[in-house]
Design a protein around this ligand. Structure first.
Ligand code: BGC
Length: 249
């Protein structure tokens, strides 16, 4: 398969997924490929899988953007809350470029989703401060001011009543504690009210896999700020990573 489009890759806990992205349309230019995330998901093991995935789309030297579920500054990963701790201090951009032979950029997973939602999705054309959150194993966040990303906001780690926010309010907590949608929405109300008090955004966008069930819990999240589901769902990470790779975000 060959493509002149940038390739976006979403590195998640269970799968590493990639697709070429048509940045004019903000959609995949070809079918997405998925490979299981190796366990343990060490940098070397992930780089090997990434090389295999990128190899399936070879034929040119278009840039590759890869999401990482941690803080990424200048390509270097500096936190690893939900991935193997050996990622800390690794220059992911350099490692992946070496493994794939392509120019690779690395971006926080929620920041990638935020870039995509802001350019093509639920927050398109929105002025002011938008907070995009992804509810999954952890809680990822992206801050966008007039469409410009302020990277690595890490609002999942905000402390609420002595607890790390994401440990209490992420979708993984709902599943592990078998919370009803109503009980989870009550926790999310506390979580989003905390963010609201500190940052006073104009809009919250709620992404992550569970956002496809937004009608079951979002209407019960009781906050004054408008809060809406993400539009690009599980495509957002890949599309945002490709945007980041081209430097057009
Ligand atoms: C990490 C973030 C990440 C989020 C979602 C958090 O635990 O600290 O960097 O964006 O999980 O994967």
């Amino acid at each position: 398969m060959s493509t002149e489009h940038p390739l976006g890759v979403d590195f998640g806990g269970s799968g590493i997924k990639g697709a070429p992205v048509d940045l004019d349309r903000g959609d995949f230019a070809a079918d997405r490929l998925r490979i299981e995330t190796p366990q343990p998901s060490t940098p070397e093991a992930v780089a090997e899988v990434l090389a295999e995935l990128v190899g399936s789309f070879d034929g040119d030297s278009s840039p590759v953007g890869v999401t990482v579920p941690g803080v990424v500054r200048g390509g270097v990963v500096s936190t690893a809350a939900n991935i193997d701790s050996s990622w800390i201090g690794v220059d992911a951009a350099e490692l992946f470029s070496h493994a794939t032979g392509r120019p690779v950029s690395a971006v926080n997973d929620a920041d990638a989703a935020g870039l995509a939602e802001s350019r093509y999705g639920a927050a398109r054309g929105q002025r002011g401060l938008v907070i995009v959150t992804t509810l999954g194993t952890g809680i990822g966040s992206a801050l966008l001011l007039d469409g410009v990303l302020v990277p690595n906001s890490e609002l999942g780690h905000i402390e609420i009543d002595g607890r790390v926010g994401e440990k209490w309010a992420a979708n993984s907590a709902r599943e592990a504690e078998d919370l009803s949608w109503g009980d989870w929405a009550a926790r999310l109300t506390t979580y989003y009210r905390t963010l609201e008090r500190l940052l006073v955004p104009d809009l919250f966008v709620v992404g992550g896999g569970v956002s496809k069930h937004a009608d079951k819990f979002l209407p019960m999240v009781d906050i004054p700020t408008p809060i809406i589901p993400a539009l690009l769902r599980n495509k957002a990470g890949i599309i945002g990573a490709a945007l980041h790779a081209t430097g057009s975000a």
